[in-house]
Design a protein around this ligand. Sequence first.
Ligand SMILES: NC(=O)C1=CN([C@@H]2O[C@H](COP(=O)(O)OP(=O)(O)OC[C@H]3O[C@@H](n4cnc5c(N)ncnc54)[C@H](O)[C@@H]3O)[C@@H](O)[C@H]2O)C=CC1
Ligand SMILES: O=C(O)C(=O)Cc1ccc(O)cc1
Length: 367
Amino acid sequence: MKGKVFVIGLGLIGGSLAKAVRHAHPEAVIIGTDISEKNIQLSMLLGTIDDSVSTLEAGACEADLILLAVPVNETVKILAQLADMNLKSDVLISDAGSTKDTVVKAAKPLIDKGVAFIGGHPMAGSHKSGAGAAKLHLFEHAFYLLTPGDSIEEKKVERLKEWLKGTRANFLVVTPSMHDKLTGVVSHFPHIVASGLVKQAENYSKENKLISRLAAGGFRDITRIASSSPEMWRDILLHNRDVLLELMKDWLAEMEHVKGLVENGDSEEILRFFADAKVFRDDLPTHAKGAIPAFYDLYIDIPDYAGIISEITGYLAQEGISITNIRIIETREEIYGVLVISFQTDVDRIKAADCISRHSDYETILA
Ligand SMILES: NC(=O)C1=CN([C@@H]2O[C@H](COP(=O)(O)OP(=O)(O)OC[C@H]3O[C@@H](n4cnc5c(N)ncnc54)[C@H](O)[C@@H]3O)[C@@H](O)[C@H]2O)C=CC1
Ligand SMILES: O=C(O)C(=O)Cc1ccc(O)cc1
């Protein structure tokens, strides 16, 4: 598609959307803006955008598609500013914010003027932020929730999907309140719990320094999302307030229940608590990307000698397999260490296991 695309917020999500739009529509011109000069410069340098503008008006009034990818409180403010501008009559506006109810309400003045605003939320991302973390394939196979509202014609929703087809995401239309409930349960509330677990460990680490060292394995994995942008998560909590307060109430009741079971030594009910959770967890789909994207981990039993990591990453590099993270979870003298390499997709992980088995006799485990 030809036209001008204006991306507001050139961080992880804005940059990734810009890359996906460029990939599918090489003839489109992509203009960006950000309050961070560093993110603008980096986006220009990486070719994520063709040009930048220093005012919202300069980019918005010329645009055929405006994508907002800033923290949700900023989204609400920018939507109010856009409503006072002379935009193109057939402009499409969408956002990528993690909450939708307050955002869609903030778009009402635009919608009342006849401007097509379609709320959006690509349900993939990472704990990383900024222009340097943006990736073309970030949203591949992920859900991409859209909240168009009744007044938006179907053909405009289709036009937005066409613009965003380079994401290779699975679009799903929901209402804003349904969106906030669903993401509250599977993304926002788990984030609060992850950060709460980290804070608890931090408190105990004041008593015993061993805590940090012991937390380096599984604890680190289950709390990965606590390393995300605090500003972004502050806004999510403020904008999904009612849903999160309800979930907190339910959670506290559940914890009270478990506390009672432990106090009473109720072995049967404790077993049922874990068994019920295991049944639901084991039944979750493994192939779709969910709200909290997985990183596909490959465990490799490696001998503990200097150069082993570059040997293995060398094999992967030879075959063009890119990795997102690498770490060793166990190295003791004379005992094999375990190298954990994370990949963006399961396909890459399988290719990597095959590649390593062909080049070495190290055992690989797809956990
Ligand atoms: N990080 C993630 O995994 C996901 C984030 N989201 C949502 O996407 C949005 C963007 O998040 P990220 O890209 O992760 O954050 P980020 O921190 O990587 O990028 C946000 C960018 O917006 C810029 N910015 C902030 N206020 C601005 C303003 N008033 N005008 C122009 N630029 C401004 C920042 O300087 C930054 O470069 C948020 O609403 C977030 O809730 C949605 C899906 C996943
Ligand atoms: O890092 C992770 O796994 C995330 O949790 C990413 C994420 C963050 C915010 C969203 O609205 C959706 C996905």
